[in-house]
Design a protein around this ligand. Structure first.
Ligand code: CTP
Ligand code: CA
Length: 226
């Protein structure tokens, strides 16, 4: 039958994509995590593979299926994600950090279940900052590598959202930053997304709204052009 064939503009490009959200264990049965479903990252991997790229997808706590034909590496915590990204990044020309990375981890992971009769009415958790994977990718980038970050922001004002994105890309040192509004109802478990992409000089390189797959294709248009 008739089927739409994607342009093979990413043929021969090796693309590393992270998706989902890392989780930090508190004890054997509990974690600190975030609401990322992994949909946008999986859409990126699907679209990139359809356009001929050789994709490695690193997934943390995905809530959706990933295409069976893609090379997938599964992680749980930020430390595990950092380790896999450090090992894989040098052999990929493009790295896209779509994963929502837990910024902090518990200072101590309890060996056995935390019991409330021992803790009383208030439980204090002490959290330690995790390493910034995107930042260190940009700091140790291999020659010619293209690095794409994501920014999850709850800012409602469009102009302020954009300036948060510009500040973030300056801090991170990536080539592109996909700015994504998130909130109680936006961004996470939905099939649609609205994004703007800024480049390292703060210029808006693209804006897109639509299914996560169509948004993925707009992001990959920028990757393809660079
Ligand atoms: N990121 C990362 N390592 C971290 C935290 C975030 O690699 N420890 C990456 C994410 O995958 C994303 C980008 O950095 O591509 C921005 O993540 P975001 O959470 O929006 O920014 P932060 O720098 O963590 O700042 P904040 O959460 O305070 O807004
Ligand atoms: Ca963060």
């Amino acid at each position: 039958g008739l089927s739409a064939v994607a342009p093979q503009d990413l043929a021969g490009r090796r693309i590393l994509i992270t998706a989902g959200g890392t989780r930090e264990p508190l004890d054997p049965v509990r974690f600190i995590g975030n609401r990322s479903s992994g949909r946008q990252g999986v859409a990126l991997a699907t679209a990139a593979a359809a356009r001929g790229a050789e994709v490695t997808l690193v997934v943390a706590n995905l809530e959706v299926e990933h295409p069976a034909s893609i090379r997938v590496i599964t992680v749980g915590t930020t430390a595990e994600l950092a380790e896999v990204v450090a090992a894989e990044a040098p052999s990929h020309g493009v790295v896209i950090m779509a994963a929502a990375v837990a910024d902090y981890r518990p200072e101590r992971v309890a060996e056995s279940k935390i019991k409330k009769d021992r803790e009383g009415d208030v439980l204090e958790l002490r959290l330690i900052r995790n390493p910034d994977i995107l930042r260190s990718l940009a700091d140790h980038r291999v020659q010619g590598q293209l690095i794409v970050g994501f920014a999850a922001e709850t800012e409602l004002d469009d102009a302020k959202l954009l300036s948060l994105g510009r500040e973030k890309i300056a801090r991170k040192g990536s080539d592109l930053l996909v700015i994504n509004r998130v909130g109680w109802t936006e961004g996470f478990a939905t099939a649609h997304n609205t994004i703007s992409v800024v480049d390292s000089s703060g210029v808006v390189a693209a804006e897109a709204t639509g299914t996560k797959l169509s948004v993925a294709d707009r992001i990959l248009d920028l990757v393809s052009a660079r």
